[in-house]
Design a protein around this ligand. Structure first.
Ligand SMILES: NC(=O)c1ccc[n+]([C@@H]2O[C@H](COP(=O)([O-])OP(=O)(O)OC[C@H]3O[C@@H](n4cnc5c(N)ncnc54)[C@H](O)[C@@H]3O)[C@@H](O)[C@H]2O)c1
Length: 389
């Protein structure tokens, strides 16, 4: 409720354009009841977009543009309230700023949510209306796919806006971003192996992959090629079969509980968020956690529980940034070789984080946040140098 009050107050000062409400810097004010980011959220700009005829109700949040235009996907989701959508977009846009910073991109953090059921509410008119709002920001925000939106949708949004990535290959896009997401997770895992075992290979190690969907099954390919022993679980039989038909030697267990108790060296969560809760951490015997899923830590403090148990946690948003690296490359005209070279750097970044964490006696998740903040601050600051003209 506090948020809505803050927004209402800010709306007194708003600049009107039909269908667009732009609220600037309200989140620097107190909004402590808003979301898990309360007290930390200092978003540059939050834009409420509505077009009644097409049914569009969207919120675009720009966390910061310290490193460049903001980039983040559009989530199309049937939120139970505008408040829930706002909390989500504030969190997600902030997370994108950190992810983009550590991916070494010259991009800030942004994200958008469209409130509705993608199965029934998505239409050409709605997506094009949304595209016009993205365009109205003049390049401060680049959009892409997220939960509920696909490359084909981005092609439609792009009919109204030049600031769209994640498009289909036919339209010059990067295609399925899980290719470099999985590759990046593999690079992060090699860095973890280097840190723990002194060799950057998974050869002879036993890896448990939870979720073998788009990211997970590609990760299994990399691991098998590297000579690892792989154990998987997935709620989808079809997903399991796809892996087994390519790699019959892969072991299958019933669920995450069995997987984490299966004597694995590395646990790779590649399904949903929240995989690392208190019970899982207590059960885990692995030396390393490194996977593609977003938001793996179920609550703040889990990163410390892992560190206390001597388990090395590779921060999720660092190792799964191959996907954003892939779509960001589209901005300059997609080139897979260039994007892959950038995703290869996830190895160095992850190793740097582990070393900084060990030196400072802090969990890697905290070291990653600090490194991201430092880059945003140090590189962002140089824009204050006057260029003349
Ligand atoms: N696709 C990308 O480029 C990308 C980029 C960054 C992060 N991620 C994150 O990686 C994760 C996986 O994404 P994806 O694109 O592979 O999605 P996906 O839907 O293709 O795959 C997820 C898989 O997890 C399985 N699953 C769901 N619940 C499970 C459970 N309880 N136990 C075991 N398996 C379960 C599903 O059946 C599915 O096969 C997500 O958290 C996503 O946010 C994906």
């Amino acid at each position: 409720m506090v948020t809505l009050r803050v927004i209402s107050a800010a709306m007194e000062r708003r600049t009107w354009r039909p269908g667009v409400t732009t609220v600037t810097d309200v989140f620097g004010l107190s909004h402590k009841d808003t979301s898990p980011v309360s007290g930390q959220a200092k978003h540059e700009q939050v834009i409420f977009c509505s077009d009644e005829r097409s049914g569009l109700h969207a919120i675009i949040a720009i966390y910061n543009t310290a490193l460049g235009p903001s980039l983040g996907g559009t989530r199309f989701y049937p939120y139970e309230s505008e408040q829930a959508a706002l909390a989500d977009v504030l969190n997600l846009s902030r997370a994108m700023a950190y992810k983009n910073a550590l991916a070494g991109l010259d991009l800030g953090g942004g994200k958008a949510v469209i409130i509705g059921d993608p199965a029934t509410d998505k239409s050409e008119a709605l997506l094009r209306a949304y595209g016009r709002f993205v365009q109205s920001l003049g390049g401060r925000y680049f959009t892409a796919c997220d939960v509920g939106t696909y490359s084909e949708d981005m092609d439609i949004v792009a009919r109204e806006s030049s600031y769209v990535t994640g498009r289909t290959v036919a339209q010059g896009g990067a295609g399925d971003s899980s290719i470099l997401t999985a590759y990046g997770v593999f690079q992060g895992m090699r860095a973890a192996a280097e840190h723990v075992y002194g060799a950057s290979t998974l050869r002879g190690r036993r890896i448990g992959v939870e979720g073998v969907g788009k990211v997970g099954h590609r990760l299994v390919d990399h691991l098998v090629e590297d000579g690892a022993e792989v154990v998987i679980c997935d709620v989808s039989e079809q997903a399991v079969e796809r892996v087994r038909s390519r790699h019959p030697q892969v072991e299958v267990v019933a669920d995450q509980v069995e997987l984490t108790a299966a004597g694995i060296d590395v646990y790779a969560p590649c399904a949903l968020g929240g995989a690392l809760d208190d019970d899982t951490v207590a059960r885990l015997r692995a030396a390393i956690v490194c996977g593609g899923a977003n938001n793996q830590l179920a609550h703040p403090g889990v990163e410390k529980e892992l560190a206390d148990r001597g388990i090395l946690y590779a921060p999720d948003y660092v190792v799964n940034s191959g996907g954003v690296i892939q779509v960001a490359d589209e901005i300059q005209g997609f080139n897979m070789e260039r994007a892959k070279a950038k995703a290869t750097q996830i190895y160095d970044t992850t190793l740097k984080i582990f070393r900084a964490a060990a030196e400072d006696g802090i969990p890697p998740a905290v070291a990653a946040d600090r490194l991201a903040e430092r880059r945003m601050s140090e590189v962002g600051r140089i824009r204050g140098i006057w260029l003349g003209h």
